[in-house]
Design a protein around this ligand. Structure first.
Ligand SMILES: *[C@@H]1O[C@H](CO)[C@@H](O)[C@H](O)[C@H]1NC(C)=O
Ligand SMILES: *[C@@H]1O[C@H](CO)[C@@H](O)[C@H](O)[C@H]1NC(C)=O
Ligand SMILES: *[C@@H]1O[C@H](CO)[C@@H](O)[C@H](O)[C@H]1NC(C)=O
Ligand SMILES: *[C@@H]1O[C@H](CO)[C@@H](O)[C@H](O)[C@H]1NC(C)=O
Ligand SMILES: *[C@@H]1O[C@H](CO)[C@@H](O)[C@H](O)[C@H]1NC(C)=O
Ligand SMILES: *[C@@H]1O[C@H](CO)[C@@H](O)[C@H](O)[C@H]1NC(C)=O
Ligand SMILES: *[C@@H]1O[C@H](CO)[C@@H](O)[C@H](O)[C@H]1NC(C)=O
Length: 299
């Protein structure tokens, strides 16, 4: 009899799983960096009229989904739609970026994932110095990220794609690694999420000649829970050769989702409360002791 009780107690679902199933929980994904994170897929420049326009074409993988939300510029959750950064990088014309294909891929491959809360924060043309702690972009990033978890959200990851503007001067490109490390470290520390998973993109292009120095920094960054996804070789818009096409952004979003899901699977405490796992194990252990003492006492 007692063994049956223990057997069923072990079969009972762990609190970790039931907590993940709460529909109100928003899995917060922070999107930051410069224009290729904001998204320029489908944007073109007409030299004759000086017009910059987005073609309005939304690939199937970037379509809205009721389970994908977006934190708007006024800090409210709305259903996410392309262009994700329209009200954030508001002085520019935005198009398709990696955020929507990332979210759709995660939900397709893990239907139990729950709600994705995208927090767009990227600003085109920005360099790594402008993202350092104390700068206005950092403050805005902090404010949006902390607001996103109010009311039950949890940090799931940050996706970071930046560095094209740090390829002009060799000495500056050589400082990229240190500046990026400091930015990630400060941000995690200020968020009080020291193991926040970060998925950064190694450059596909750059504004200046020192792209390889920045790429080496990105690919060689040695920080825990920071993974690098390489965008090199993905198709670029003509004639600028700087921005990823919509098709390239879909591929990148899916690569990021792939890295995220693989990471998520191997880190069960990513967004779950491991304290409750521990107390549950403790409870089981105590139950066994009591049952064992009971048996000993009776015999
Ligand atoms: C773009 O160019 C056309 C002319 O080709 C013009 O009519 C229009 O006002 C311009 N601006 C925008 C935002 O489309
Ligand atoms: C905030 O933004 C959303 C969408 O952009 C809009 O629907 C809503 O009315 C805005 N709220 C305020 C208070 O401005
Ligand atoms: C970064 O950009 C800012 C603003 O455009 C500029 O003032 C600064 O010199 C740039 N820093 C580097 C290292 O390129
Ligand atoms: C990365 O850092 C760890 C310690 O933080 C160190 O043990 C390891 O050798 C480093 N790896 C590389 C490739 O630098
Ligand atoms: C990944 O983490 C989320 C919570 O952030 C969880 O709901 C989901 O089940 C996890 N998926 C996998 C494949 O581990
Ligand atoms: C999961 O927990 C272990 C130990 O508690 C810790 O070492 C690891 O960094 C955690 N992983 C994440 C993603 O928080
Ligand atoms: C998991 O446990 C470790 C150590 O017990 C703790 O530092 C960490 O914050 C916990 N993570 C979560 C998500 O509760």
């Amino acid at each position: 009899m007692f063994f049956f009780i223990v057997f069923f107690a072990c079969l009972a679902p762990s609190p970790v799983k039931s907590q993940n199933a709460l529909p109100q929980k928003i899995n917060v994904i922070i999107l930051a960096g410069q224009s290729n994170m904001a998204g320029q897929g489908g944007v073109s420049y007409d030299a004759a009229t000086n017009n910059i326009t987005w073609d309005g074409v939304v690939p199937e993988q970037c379509q809205p989904n009721p389970s994908i939300l977006r934190l708007s510029v006024n800090l409210t959750w709305v259903e996410a739609r392309e262009p994700l950064h329209a009200d954030i990088d508001a002085t520019k014309v935005n198009g398709i970026g990696p955020g929507m294909p990332f979210a759709n891929e995660v939900l397709t491959r893990d239907p139990s994932f729950g709600t994705v809360g995208l927090v767009p924060c990227a600003i085109g043309g920005t360099n790594i110095s402008q993202w350092q702690k104390g700068e206005s972009l950092y403050q805005q990033l902090m404010r949006r990220a902390t607001t996103a978890v109010q009311g039950g959200g949890v940090y799931a990851a940050m996706l970071w794609y930046q560095g094209e503007s740090d390829t002009w001067i060799k000495e500056e490109a050589e400082l990229y690694k240190g500046r990026l490390t400091k930015f990630f470290t400060d941000f995690r520390s200020d968020l009080q999420a020291p193991s926040l998973p970060i998925f950064q993109v190694a450059l596909a292009s750059g504004e200046g000649p020192y792209v390889e120095i920045v790429r080496e920094a990105q690919l060689g960054l040695n920080l825990s829970n920071v993974q690098c996804v390489d965008a090199k070789g993905l198709p670029l818009l003509e004639p600028d050769r700087l921005h990823l096409t919509s098709t390239a952004q879909v591929t990148l979003g899916q690569k990021l989702a792939d890295a995220f899901l693989r990471y998520n699977q191997s880190n069960i405490n990513l967004s779950s409360n491991n304290a409750s796992t521990k107390s549950f194990s403790c409870f089981l252990f105590c139950l066994l002791i009591v049952l064992w003492m009971n048996l000993v006492y009776k015999s």
